[in-house]
Design a binder for this molecule. Structure first.
Ligand SMILES: NC(=O)c1ccc[n+]([C@@H]2O[C@H](COP(=O)([O-])OP(=O)(O)OC[C@H]3O[C@@H](n4cnc5c(N)ncnc54)[C@H](OP(=O)(O)O)[C@@H]3O)[C@@H](O)[C@H]2O)c1
Length: 157
């Protein structure tokens, strides 16, 4: 199926969860989850029984990918629009996930764009756009997720 990471039955479940925790029943947010690596990781998590929220700029692409992944794995998969360069949008995404599911166990930051070109040809605006998504967007998503994760006992105190 175009845009999907593998054929039905070929999904491999994600690796082991943290000691004492099962992936089944966990909730994962995947930024950049509508395509590519993010969608492939989402498939592995869904196969392992995790509830998955796919997030990217396009609500339509996320919704379509979520519907296909849910049908293929039987897992609960939702799609939500979120531009990771927007502090407000990232905060809203986290709030929505906590309101809908009451927990956030896994964050995968796969939202990204590329800035291709030689030193002399790459436009500064393209480099900055890439840094904004890949670096700032990743930082914003991690910052939003860390509070509920720590409250749930993840990570160091
Ligand atoms: N594929 C590889 O072999 C490879 C290797 C090394 C590193 N990487 C890096 O890993 C990341 C993902 O790669 P990929 O191959 O999976 O890319 P991809 O197929 O182009 O997917 C990128 C994802 O990011 C989303 N996205 C882009 N800008 C966004 C934004 N501002 N906010 C939220 N979501 C956004 C896209 O959806 P929307 O367009 O709907 O927003 C899409 O879901 C990229 O940074 C890439 O450079 C990839």
């Amino acid at each position: 199926m175009p845009g999907m990471p593998s054929e039905p039955g070929q999904d491999q479940p994600a690796g082991p969860a943290a000691p004492g925790r099962s992936r089944a029943g966990q909730v994962a947010v995947i930024t950049g989850g509508s395509a590519g690596l993010g969608l492939a990781i989402a498939a592995a998590l869904a196969q392992a029984g995790t509830t998955v929220v796919l997030a990217s700029r396009s609500a339509g692409r996320c919704a379509a990918a979520a519907e296909q992944l849910s049908a293929r794995t039987g897992a609960t998969v939702h799609g939500l629009a979120c531009d990771v360069t927007s502090e407000r949008a990232v905060a809203d995404l986290t709030d929505r996930v906590l309101a809908d599911h009451g927990r956030l166990d896994v964050l995968v930051t796969s939202a990204g764009i590329q800035a291709r070109g030689t030193l002399g040809r790459l436009a500064l605006a393209d480099l900055r756009a890439c840094l904004e998504v890949d670096v700032v967007g990743t930082w914003l998503a991690c910052r939003a997720a860390v509070a509920p994760m720590r409250a749930a006992g993840y990570g160091a105190s």
